[in-house]
Design a protein around this ligand. Structure first.
Ligand SMILES: Nc1nc2c(ncn2[C@@H]2O[C@H](COP(=O)(O)OP(=O)(O)O)[C@@H](O)[C@H]2O)c(=O)[nH]1
Ligand SMILES: [Mg+2]
Length: 253
């Protein structure tokens, strides 16, 4: 298990056992950052289990960039707004993998990528019965949701989360520098930043420009850069900076 953080070694050993019982797994990542929001080590562990990649938050991303990502990524890929009904092609893909109901499914991804939202939509109106599903390896790991038996494995994080992952809210706040994350966002989204904060191209200190534009001042009248950082991150997360494409396929080597 070298190369895998200690807190994930248990997750890996559970998965090594459970993978034989899975019909399929859904890797959930964020369409705004399809590199930073993925978990390569998980793909290695689950190599032989049929996989589909779901890119959530497509409603906030750049449509053509996301379409290009889906073309170059290595597996079936669906970009969607997880809050809406899942596309029929995704449901069909899953149904085709089901042996006898329920579909034994692992929905995996970093915190906040949209796993629960997606599962609720997939389980739909039949999701009333929530409880332990006995009989498959370690009973406590499985949750029954309608026609789905879900492997429950919380707390999966990459070893070194990027500032972009932090910016979209996938990383605990204690684990990154707010100012670095906010500056990363402003640098990556010049168009939306200009539109929302009038940050002009070549601006020496874009964060100060945000503080000025939003009138964020400390008592003495100085610019409140701390609040400017929070404003930028909140605007990004709440969909007020659009399109919020933070990683482009053309950046890939
Ligand atoms: N705009 C948008 N918001 C989403 C989408 N998917 C999830 N969310 C929101 O993102 C937040 C985290 O979603 P959640 O399902 O709890 O993530 P989980 O931690 O992976 O289970 C919630 O506020 C959701 O409403 C999406 O596709 N588009
Ligand atoms: Mg959740």
């Amino acid at each position: 298990m070298t190369g895998i953080p200690v807190h994930m070694q248990r997750a890996e050993s559970v998965l090594r056992e459970a993978r034989h019982h899975l019909d399929a797994w859904i890797e959930v990542a964020d369409a705004r950052a399809p590199v930073s929001s993925r978990l390569p080590w998980l793909r290695r562990v689950l190599e032989r289990v049929p996989a589909v990649l779901v890119l959530t938050h497509a409603d906030l991303a750049d449509r053509s960039a996301v379409a290009a990502w889906c073309r170059i990524l290595d597996q079936p890929c669906f970009a969607l707004d997880a809050k809406k009904a899942p596309p029929a092609v995704l449901v069909r893909w899953l149904n085709e993998r089901m042996g006898r109901p329920p579909l034994r499914l692992f929905v995996a991804g970093m915190p906040n990528v949209g796993k629960s939202t997606l599962v609720n939509r997939l389980a739909g109106s039949r999701s009333a019965a929530v409880g332990a599903k006995p009989g498959v390896t370690r009973a406590e790991q499985w949750i029954r949701r309608g026609d789905l038996a879900l492997l429950d494995l919380p707390g999966i994080l990459p070893k070194r989360p990027t500032l972009i992952a932090a910016a979209i809210g996938l990383v605990p706040e204690s684990d990154y520098d707010l100012e670095e994350a906010a500056r990363t966002v402003l640098a990556a989204l010049p168009g939306p930043a200009a539109e929302r904060y009038d940050v002009v191209a070549g601006e020496r200190d874009p964060l100060a420009a945000v503080a000025r534009h939003q009138n964020l001042l400390l008592r003495g009248g100085e610019l409140d850069l701390g609040r400017a950082c929070r404003a930028v991150l909140q605007d990004l997360r709440q969909g007020r900076l659009r399109p919020a494409q933070l990683e482009w396929p053309s950046d890939e080597p």
